[in-house]
Design a protein around this ligand. Structure first.
Ligand SMILES: Nc1ncnc2c1ncn2[C@@H]1O[C@H](COP(=O)(O)OP(=O)(O)O)[C@@H](O)[C@H]1O
Ligand SMILES: CC(=O)N[C@@H](CCC(=O)OP(=O)(O)O)C(=O)O
Length: 256
């Protein structure tokens, strides 16, 4: 049976994804069931600036007012999702774009309405819907939005969504594709790290901003089935000769 891999494409790198990235995906698609979760933070930011809507981040999460939520929905589900599906199709990859609101894919609730507004956390993933698409040979491409029982929608960090989907589906692999070649310390890629190291790097200010939700999502997704999460660059080939290049995150050193 084909293994399942969840790949999160960061907004930081979406417009710069190299042909080698899509070629890596083509190779993966022959051997694995692929689910893509995309971000779009920089594009949301640009549109908010154009519309003069103020925006601010708390530990890498965008504080989301009603106005910000409207723009996030427009950019994530309307623009970025459809553009990415279009490119994947050009490479012959059978992509289907959905947001977490479709088919109750991501049931969400506010993390802390007072501090973050309409920023959601994932309460449930509609695995049956994703499995149906995968069974029919499609690559689901998910925009990071969700809704609660009342139909209220939420802006969810895309790293959080990728981690939650990987966990819910019992995926064998989780990849964060971003604009840096992994976690950097003093300008050098940390090739292997652990949950404890990550906590130390956050406390020491080595890991900041958008890297915080990424490593937190990675740590939360680690399980018996998912022993390793990778952070890789979308600007360079990250998969050659069967090997992934970037930062490998495990629970403990040597634990598989
Ligand atoms: N220790 C670190 N190593 C690498 N990147 C880091 C680190 N700490 C903070 N960052 C920042 O995290 C960014 C990646 O997160 P983000 O901008 O949210 O990307 P994405 O859109 O791919 O999720 C990097 O471009 C970098 O500016
Ligand atoms: C709550 C929250 O922060 N939502 C993110 C959703 C997009 C995202 O996560 O995009 P990246 O992967 O490019 O960072 C935002 O509004 O920017």
């Amino acid at each position: 049976m084909k293994e399942t891999i969840v790949i999160k494409c960061g907004g930081s790198v979406l417009s710069e994804l190299s042909p080698s990235f899509f070629e890596s995906l083509q190779l993966y698609a022959q051997k694995k069931k692929i689910i893509i979760v995309h971000g779009g933070g920089p594009e949301i930011g640009q549109m908010l600036t154009k519309l003069c809507v103020p925006t601010e981040f708390v530990d890498g999460l965008r504080k989301t007012t009603k106005d910000v939520l409207e723009v996030a929905e427009m950019i994530l589900a309307g623009k970025v999702n459809k553009q990415l599906v279009g490119i994947l199709q050009q490479y012959g990859l059978p992509a289907v774009g959905v947001s977490g609101v479709d088919a109750h894919l991501l049931e969400a609730a506010a993390i802390d309405f007072h501090t973050l507004g309409y920023v959601g956390e994932v309460k449930n993933v509609n695995c049956a819907f994703l499995e149906m698409l995968l069974r029919d040979g499609y690559i689901p491409v998910i925009a990071p939005l969700g809704a609660d029982e009342s139909g209220q929608t939420y802006n969810i960090n895309a790293d959080t969504v990728a981690g939650a989907v990987a966990k819910a589906l019992n995926a064998q692999q989780l990849l964060f594709v971003t604009d840096v070649p992994g976690i950097l310390q003093d300008g050098v890629v940390v090739e292997q790290t652990t949950v404890d190291d990550i906590e130390r790097m956050i406390a020491a200010g080595v890991i900041t901003g958008g890297m915080i939700p990424k490593v937190k999502a990675a740590v939360a997704a680690l399980s018996e089935k998912l022993g390793e999460v990778m952070i890789v660059s979308g600007k360079t080939p990250f998969y050659t000769n069967g090997k992934l290049y970037g930062t490998s995150i495990r629970k403990e050193v040597g634990v598989y």
